[in-house]
Design a protein around this ligand. Sequence first.
Ligand SMILES: Nc1ncnc2c1ncn2[C@@H]1O[C@H](COP(=O)(O)OP(=O)(O)OP(=O)(O)O)[C@@H](O)[C@H]1O
Length: 446
Amino acid sequence: MTSPIIGQSRQIVEIRDLIKNVADTCLNILITGETGVGKGVVASSLHEASPRKSRPLVTVNCAALPETLLESELYGYSKGAFTGAMKTRRGKFQMADKGVLFLDEIGDMPISLQSKILHVLQTGLFSPLGSDQEIRSDVWLIAATNQDLEAKIEKREFRADLFYRLNIIKIEIPPLRERRDDIPLLVDHYISQYLSQYPAREIELPDSKVLDKLMQFPWPGNIRQLQNIIKKQLVVNDWNAVIEELAHDAASHESHSGASKDNTNVVGADRRNSSGASFDDKSPSTERDGTGAGRERRQGRRKSDESVRKTREGSKRSDAEERRDWKERRDAEELSDCTLPQKATKGKVYHGRRAGDVKPRRRKGDIPGDSILNEFLVDGDSLDSLNREFSLGNIKKKVISRVESEVIQYVLDKTAWNRSKASKILKVSYKTLLTKITELNLEPPD
Ligand SMILES: Nc1ncnc2c1ncn2[C@@H]1O[C@H](COP(=O)(O)OP(=O)(O)OP(=O)(O)O)[C@@H](O)[C@H]1O
C-alpha cells in the first residue's frame, strides 16, 4: 500500500496534480529534491496512479552497489557468466517489464553504466551479462536524485544525453523548510500512525508553541527527520526535551555545513524566524539559567535524552542509509588518497619523495594525449581538476579495461570474430570471453 502524499502547501498540491496528469503517459520522469523530501513516495504514487499499477514497481538504489554488482542487478546474468554465477538470474529490467523501474540516486550511477541505460531507453533491448541474447523490456523509467545533475554534466560525471532522456518530465520536490504549511499535517499524520502501531503508548500532542517551533526548524533531513522526532516524542513524551535536542542538532548541523543557504529560516546563525521569534527562545522549560532549578530540569531531561539515544542506537538504520554512509566514507577515503601529497608537511617522506619537493607544474597539454590521466581531468591538470572518480583503484580498472579491450579486439579481428577460436588463443573460457565482449562493448566490424 503506497503511503499517501501528506501536505496542503501549494507545492504539494501542484505535485499531486502533476502526478495525475502524467501517470497515464509513461513519459520518463526525473524526480529531484533533497534527501528525505519524499522522492520515493512520489515514485510510488506515480506507479499507483498509472495503468501499470497491477504490474511491479521495481526499485534500484544506484548508490548502494559497486559498479559490477549494479550492472548484474540491472541486467541479470546467465549461468557461468562469471565465477559464482551458478544459475541464470533475471535483472531488474526484466522484472519490471510492463511495470515501473525506479532508479533511485541515479546521480551516483557510474558513467560506464549510464551509456547502457541510454541504450535500453533508445532500443528497449538489453543483454544479460554473459549472454548473446537480446531481451526486450518495456519499462516506465522513473529516476530520482538529490544531486545537481547539470553540475555533474559539466564535470563530465553524468551523460548529457541520458539526462535529457530522463528529464522529459521533471518533478522537483521542495525541502520541508520551503513548505512549512505541511508540517502540522505531517506531525498529526505521524502521531496517529505511530499511536496505532503502539497503542499502549501515550503521547502529549504539541501545543501551538511547540508547533510554532517545529515550523521554524529548518529540517535538513526533511520528512525523514520529522518522523524521527515524532518517534522520539513517543518514547520520551517531553516536547521540551525533543525541541531542545532539535535545536542542538540544528546548531551542530549549522557548524558542519557553514552558513545555511536559506537565510530566512535558519536556526543557528541567527535563529530568528520570519516573525522575529527565536527558535531557541528561552521558554521557562528550556532556559539555561545556571540555577539549581535549571540544573535539575536539565538532569531530568538528560535521563530522557539518554533513553532517546538508546532508542536511536537500538533502532536499526535503513540499509540505504548504511550504504550511503559507506559510500561517502569510501569516497572520502579515495579523495584523501589523491590529496595526500598536498597534506604532507615539510620533512615527511611519502613514497621516497620529500613532501617539500616541488614538481614543476605542467599544463594539461604536457600530459601525453593518450595518458589515462586525461580521463580523470576536467580542465587543466591541477589536483582540483581531478574528477570524483579519480583513485588508484579506478585508474587500475581503466588501464586493465583498455589493455583487455585492445588485446581481445585484436584476437577477435584476427579470427574473424570466431569466439570459440579466440577464447582458445586468449586461454579463457568461452563464457568469460562473451562476458568481456559485453563489458567492453566490443563489436564486430560491419
Ligand atoms: N509528503 C509526504 N507525506 C507523507 N510521508 C512522506 C511524504 N514525503 C515523504 N514521506 C515519508 O518520508 C520518508 C522519506 O521519504 P522518501 O524515502 O520518499 O524520501 P527520498 O526523497 O526518496 O529520500 P532519499 O533521497 O534519502 O532516498 C518516508 O518514510 C516517506 O514515507
